[in-house]
Ligand binder design. Structure first.
Ligand code: 5BU
Length: 252
């Protein structure tokens, strides 16, 4: 809280992983630390959202298994084209949580073939260090703490999870609602300017809170953007709020 945080430039100087570098470069180029969570259920909605928010975000976070009409050619190919056009990365929020061999199959096979298109993925670290070895070609964001009420990610769990995350070369950062070591990028969901919860356990904070108190690097916003009447304007609002909160958090 009283300690100053590192800037994106400082983090870029020390970044080891190519995906960390890309995220930080896009953040600086767009003056954005916003990741939009595209929790929509059709290809059409997904692509329409990506087109609208694409210029304003550093990444689009997907739950690809909720797309009812998923088709690799019709869903992924145009999504990749939009990511290229608007210069954002694709973050698949798969939250892998199995032994290494099974995670490897889930990552490379099935209909989603996540390995072929995701720039980075989320994974639990509950399967231990070696369970993360299979994510060689992408960055991994380790789930360290969850935003929902009553989550079992206690302080002692988080401490152990951070040991795995900090020591694994595939890991670029973590999802958490607490501060984490500077060497990891911090991704924080549970961000909303209008609501404090969703009645289903989700708990929300403001961008100001998460930059000041957690020294987060990137905010993840779902319903605050895609449920808005005008998702593009909402994305611009969260982008500006997030960037101002980041700048203010440098000056403590
Ligand atoms: P929301 O609509 O802004 O509440 O969506 C938040 C997104 O972030 C949603 O896709 C969740 O699956 C995701 N999430 C989260 O909300 N909290 C967590 O601790 C983790 C992921 Br991990």
């Amino acid at each position: 809280e009283e300690k100053t945080r590192s800037s994106y430039e400082q983090k870029l100087d020390h970044a080891q992983h190519s995906v960390s570098k890309k995220l930080l470069e896009i953040a600086l180029a767009k003056k954005s630390n916003l990741i939009a969570s595209a929790d929509v259920t059709t290809t059409q909605e997904l692509l329409a959202l990506a087109e609208k928010v694409g210029p304003h975000v550093i990444a689009l976070k997907t739950h690809i298994d909720i797309i009812s009409d998923f088709d690799y050619e019709k869903t992924i190919l145009p999504l990749k084209a939009l990511a290229e056009k608007h210069q954002f990365l694709l973050m698949e929020d798969r939250k892998f949580a199995d032994i290494g061999n099974t995670q490897e199959l889930q990552f490379t096979s099935g209909v989603f073939k996540i390995t072929d298109w995701a720039d980075f993925v989320t994974s639990q670290v509950i399967g231990g260090f070696e369970s993360l070895d299979c994510f060689k070609n992408v960055g991994v964001v380790a789930i360290v703490g969850m935003s929902s009420k009553g989550a079992l990610t206690t302080a002692s769990y988080r401490e152990e999870a951070l040991k795995v995350a900090s020591s694994h070369p595939n890991v670029i950062g973590a999802v958490s609602q607490n501060q984490i070591p500077e060497e990891l990028l911090l991704f924080t969901p549970g961000v909303n300017l209008a609501d404090s919860g969703d009645g289903k356990g989700q708990q929300y904070n403001t961008p100001d809170h998460v930059f000041k108190m957690l020294h987060t690097d990137f905010i993840i916003v779902g319903r605050g953007i895609y449920k808005s009447e005008d998702p593009e304007t909402a994305a611009v609002t969260y982008k500006n709020e997030g960037w101002n909160a980041y700048v203010n958090s440098l000056q403590k």
